[in-house]
Design a protein around this ligand. Structure first.
Ligand SMILES: [Zn+2]
Ligand SMILES: [Zn+2]
Length: 340
């Protein structure tokens, strides 16, 4: 076997497969990109050609529109093998958002799995993460500290429903990212039997429509803009986190502010943002999930793309694995929010 460090390189544009002549989630425009999912820090504009799942391509079209002009888009079904120049690749579900995939690359007897963003917790709106045995596992480490343990999403969504019962006259304004978090929260609430209409900030509507079109049922959704304020009393209103504090929210009846994010595990963050009801709901693996995944894929080597790499590499080393920090700059939830 030829060791992957001989054919996978970190370049200014991002992670590059030399025999395949493609980049994975490149940060700058390149000739050929393989895209793990449609979050804006991973799916950027200006590439010559993009290979991704059909769902990711549909979501990229929704979010980027004219930004995809001049880019040749090619869909690859999950689990299907494909030869790309001198490498074999396959996309396997990552459980992060609809369409999200790990990229499995094989070359000269070695197999590398690039996880992209992923989680192991259940999500009614996307296919679950599938562990693939490999020689090198390339992981994110957004929540790569032992303090980050995410409770079950149903438990957190239950807090929101409990608050609605306690304060039936208040609009419950929940900040959540447009792609993934919004639909998962809706799906979890529906799973708990909540079937009232859910009101949406305009920025969240196009992605919800695309999820519906791709077969994910979200129940009754109504635009918050144009709805009479009194109508939203005692209802759930979803908006991007950036809209929580702005003028938009002031027309809601006595709004109670919640925010759905893995960062809500850190109390100071919730306080700093004026969040009354922090909901710890994350679409990234927490600390135990990261370590469980190392066990499941059985890779002797772990490479970390971004996040809390020091702690995670230390933990990998303690398990007898070799760890390496790739220090790719430009990924992260903040980048997702800014662009959304
Ligand atoms: Zn993501
Ligand atoms: Zn990301």
């Amino acid at each position: 076997m030829t060791h992957p460090s001989a054919w996978l390189a970190v370049r200014p544009e991002g992670l590059y497969c030399i025999p395949g002549d493609f980049f994975i989630d490149p940060l700058r425009p390149v000739g050929r990109a393989v895209i793990t999912h449609a979050h804006s820090d991973h799916a950027r504009a200006g590439h010559g050609a993009v290979l991704a799942t059909a769902e990711t391509i549909a979501l990229m079209r929704t979010r980027m529109g004219a930004g995809l002009e001049g880019t040749q888009l090619q869909a690859l079904a999950p689990g299907e093998d494909m030869r790309l120049n001198g490498a074999n690749i396959k996309l396997v579900p990552a459980g992060h958002v609809l369409g999200s995939a790990q990229v499995v690359i094989e070359h000269e007897g070695a197999r590398v799995v690039v996880s992209g963003d992923y989680k192991r917790a259940a999500d009614p709106t996307c296919a679950p993460f599938e562990p693939v045995a490999c020689d090198v596992f390339i992981t994110e480490a957004t929540f790569g500290l032992p303090v980050f343990t995410h409770p079950p999403a149903g438990q957190e969504a239950g807090k929101l429903l409990e608050s609605l019962r306690m304060f039936p006259e208040r609009a419950h304004l929940v900040g959540c990212y447009a792609l993934g978090k919004t639909q998962r929260l809706i799906g979890v609430l529906r799973g708990l039997g909540y079937d009232a209409p859910i009101y949406l900030h305009g920025a969240l509507i196009p992605v919800c429509d695309t999820y519906e079109r791709l077969g994910v049922r979200l129940g009754a959704l109504l635009p918050a803009t144009g709805a009479a304020p009194a109508e939203m009393a005692g209802r759930i209103v979803l908006a991007p986190p950036s809209a929580l504090a702005d003028r938009w929210s002031r027309r809601l009846p006595d709004p109670l502010t919640a925010l759905a994010s893995g960062w809500m595990r850190v109390r100071q963050r919730a306080k700093a943002r004026g969040v009354e009801l922090p909901l710890v709901i994350s679409d990234h693996a927490d600390w135990p999930e990261l370590l469980r995944t190392f066990d499941d894929v059985g890779a002797p080597e772990i490479w970390v793309t971004h996040g809390e790499e020091q702690a995670l590499i230390h933990a990998a080393t303690q398990r007898g694995l070799t760890g390496r920090a790739l220090r790719l700059i430009g990924y992260g939830e903040a980048a997702e929010e800014e662009a959304a």
